[in-house]
Write a protein that binds this ligand. Structure first.
Ligand code: ZN
Length: 171
């Protein structure tokens, strides 16, 4: 069985069901991320963002798909294995730690990665959870302070969305 999933990331303040008074400025950042499970257990993750500032921005899957309060209600990085925060290629990392994407001068970031911890089925599935692109660079747990091992010092969301199933192919 092959599964495809998709996440549309937006600065979704205008989608809140009630008026809010959060201090977050409207970021104007938008993105789309597509996930494809492969038979070898890897998941291909590819996507693009617009509206970013030039440079690196952390990309994370968080625990809850609850956008009631924007990125404030999506919980910590998805961490079913009770690890510290890290980089995508580190042994010590949250399942939801996908490192950074890098935006060019036009504010566009395009990326394609393979990951062996992200899964689209089973007990550690990311389906129904949220993804967020951050305002800051993720220090990948190397920031030598407490927050580095929790969020990589990248905890302000610019755009977010819920990961949903796009297609299931029996094989
Ligand atoms: Zn993390």
């Amino acid at each position: 069985m092959e599964i495809k999933a998709v996440c549309i990331l937006k600065d979704q303040h205008d989608m809140y069901p009630y008026p809010h008074d959060l201090p977050d400025p409207v970021s104007g950042v938008n993105g789309i991320v597509v996930f494809e499970s492969h038979a070898n257990g890897q998941v291909l993750i590819k996507g693009s963002f617009t509206g970013l500032t030039r440079g690196k921005h952390g990309l994370h899957v968080c625990t809850f798909g609850n956008l009631f309060n924007g990125y404030h209600s999506i919980g910590p990085h998805f961490n079913p294995r009770k690890k510290f925060h890290g980089g995508q290629h580190d042994k010590e990392r949250h399942v939801g730690d996908l490192g950074n994407v890098e935006a060019n001068e036009e504010g566009v970031a395009e990326f394609q990665i393979e990951d062996h911890l992200i899964s689209l089925s089973g007990t550690e599935s990311v389906i129904g959870r949220a993804m967020v692109i951050q305002a800051e660079e993720d220090d990948l747990g190397k920031g030598e302070n407490e927050e580095s091992l929790i969020t990589g010092n990248a905890a302000t969301g610019l755009a977010w969305g819920v990961i949903g199933i796009a297609e299931i192919t029996a094989s």
